[in-house]
Design a protein around this ligand. Sequence first.
Ligand code: NAD
Length: 519
Amino acid sequence: MQSEGATNSLRRRESLAVKGHPPATFKTPLGTERLEIMSDVIELENYIGGKWVRPRSTGRLDVFDPSDGSVIAHVPRSNAEDIDLVVRAARKAYLAWRDVPISDRARLMLAFRHVMDEHTEELARSITREQGKTMEESRGSVFRALEAIDAAASAPTTMQGYFSENVAKGVDTTLIRQPVGVVAGITPFNFPVMIPMWMTPFAIVCGNSFILKPSERDPLSPSLLPALFEKAGFPPGVFNVVHGDFDAVNAILTHPGIDAVSFVGSAPTAKHIYTTSSAHGKRVQALAGAKNFMIVMPDAELKHTVSAIIASACGMAGERCLAGSIALAVEPGGDRLVEALAEGVRTLVTGPANDPKTEMGPVIRPENRDRILKWVEDGLASGAKLAARGNVPANSKGFFVAPVLLDHVKPEWPIAQEEIFGPVILVIRVKSLDEGLEIANRSRFGNASSIFTQSGKAAREFTHRIEAGMLGINIGVPAPVAPFPFAGWKGSFFGDLHATGRDGIEFYTRKKVVTSRWF
Ligand code: NAD
């Protein structure tokens, strides 16, 4: 006999299906076991105005399981016509949605949070399968998505305006916030559910309608979100998903019916998104690439520091915008740090993402693997010392990269300046905190940075002087919780208002100031 828990989970699985073409051959990509999933290649469609719609564009791309290299889906390459359809549906929905009372919008958001929480396991399985992070990492990313929804649901408080009485005799002034209109979110491959949730709940709760253009490299998990919105009771057209790559994105950036664009992705794309959206009169925020420095003082507590650095640099195979890339080892602590990191790198267990023993899964595509390996070769050719190289699973068709530790790297080498986005730890030896700060601040990026120390004075000096947006003190992945804003500085961010927190509410609302007098 099945337990009640098992029956419930079965029911949930049945209710959460990605609808694609032809849906009849496909039960659910998440709840079913691996063999059943492998029996079909899913043909994804766009979700527009509450319906799954076959795109006008006939272009398709393959979606892979990076753990074994197999094709698991085809994703549409939507064109300008497809974008126009979704914008029309989103505009229609917006005109009614903006007038729904804010308390009702917030209540629906809480219902959505509840539904997502119920489906955490299915979402996590899907993320693990198409993105390649471990189940633990996938569950963590869904948990961070839930936190973002929690923060957005505070909108009845955070969206409030303000009022001044008697600014002149008998005259009052009121500031009110209203939604911006139709908002598009363009997201990267590394967090296919969490990053859309930095945008969608904040935009929608403020009264906007939303068009998500997820990464074409892992589009299955975001395609589960419509079922969750439907189950929570959102009206059709408030949340839409349109698939594609650069043609779809360029149609979004230039469409006159889109009022604001939120973007997260690599630096060159972010710059393009920012300049093109701005030139077309749209509000835009574009979170970009990174090169994150971790300063390790000689007094750092070694055990925790080493595990934090390895988790930061090699967690999710280094495919995280907050991944630590360079350890600035302040002498005389360099040798003991490198020795301990080398041991950690050598013993890291790499393997298929859904294997519970795996500590580090594959990277997203063979091109990414080859680019990472090329960076390692480049570093060695420049004169770096190979301090350790980990393992990859034998005879696998998956896109695996062994973790690598390179010592005695110089700050002026290209490998120390460009984003690698793979499990590679570089060590630069420095004489002092001052020298470490000077090297880190020379980077054109400024997403995140950490210091490992037991000295409050060193930590304060670091916090005051480092030029980066998200800082960790004895923390390797300093991701702000969602009531706070998330974004970097310098070349890691294009725009003004960051993602999430009060900035999220500011970004998705327009201010109106009313000056009134009554006779
Ligand atoms: P990417 O720039 O290749 O793709 C991001 C999105 O842009 C995708 O939806 C893609 O379809 C679209 N896109 C890609 N090339 C385009 C082009 N030429 N024209 C128009 N649209 C295009 O990024 P990615 O490889 O998916 O993600 C990894 C990058 O994202 C890394 O650089 C990482 O640091 C960055 N990232 C940054 C943050 C942050 O908070 N700053 C968070 C996560 C990831």
